[in-house]
Design a protein around this ligand. Structure first.
Ligand SMILES: [Zn+2]
Length: 226
């Protein structure tokens, strides 16, 4: 066992430096207690590059808006910033080694929906153009359908995907079905995009109960403490 001459402590394992005072340890080391922590420098480098790109693009975009403040141009700084920060943040999550793929996909669905919705609204207000409603009408149902299809493809690749991320699949189902029900009662006839999305998500629920019934029930018991 090693010891620190300054802290008067014995330190197990085979550390080089005292974890308390960072001075060199004395004595014979023994087998490591934990595996040595290896920092993946390429991952760290990628993380830093993405972070630098996100911050610098945001600063330049906002600065451009201020430079042209007096002229009548279409302000685009906040748009560029939002479209850099949010996808950049998602990319940082993927660069990190341990991420849950289905969670990442669901978070991406929500983030892209908010991003597209806000951008559309911003262009409508700041540029004084008519509001088209592309995000609620097309982008959200298409993304939601695509997400559910990729969930299913992944569950056939490896059932671990669904079994460990059922909650994200259920949240996707809520995004896919609840708006359709609301539109049905408010507008009478929901748009075709939402109807297709609803059908895909309903089929997913049916398939989930048929193929993974027991796991689904266990998940419900666990989540709602039944
Ligand atoms: Zn020490």
């Amino acid at each position: 066992m090693k010891n620190c001459p300054y802290c008067k402590m014995n330190i197990g394992g085979n550390l080089e430096k005292c974890p308390v005072c960072q001075n060199a340890l004395e004595g014979e080391g023994e087998r490591d207690y934990w595996p040595k922590l290896v920092v993946n420098s390429r991952r760290v480098k990628a993380f830093q590059i993405v972070m630098f790109a996100v911050i610098s693009i945001s600063i330049v975009a906002l600065a451009m808006d201020f430079l042209f403040l007096k002229t009548d141009h279409h302000s685009f700084g906040p748009l560029v910033m939002a479209w850099t920060v949010i996808p950049g943040w998602q990319l940082e999550n993927v660069i990190k080694k341990h991420y849950n793929l289905l969670k990442t996909l669901f978070v991406a669905l929500i983030a892209m929906s908010i991003l597209c919705g806000l951008s559309e609204f911003y262009i409508h207000v700041a540029w004084n153009t008519p509001y088209l409603g592309i995000t609620p009408g097309y982008i959200i149902p298409i993304l939601c359908s695509a997400n559910m299809i990729s969930n299913f493809v992944l569950s056939f690749v490896d059932k671990q995907f669904t079994d460990h991320s059922l909650i994200y699949m259920f949240m996707n189902v809520l995004v896919g079905i609840v708006p359709w029900i609301a539109l049905f009662f408010i507008a009478g006839t929901p748009p075709m995009t939402w109807s297709i999305c609803m059908v895909i998500n309903t089929l997913a629920v049916v398939a989930l109960f048929i193929f993974r019934g027991r796991i689904v029930i266990n998940e419900f018991r666990k989540r709602f403490h039944l």
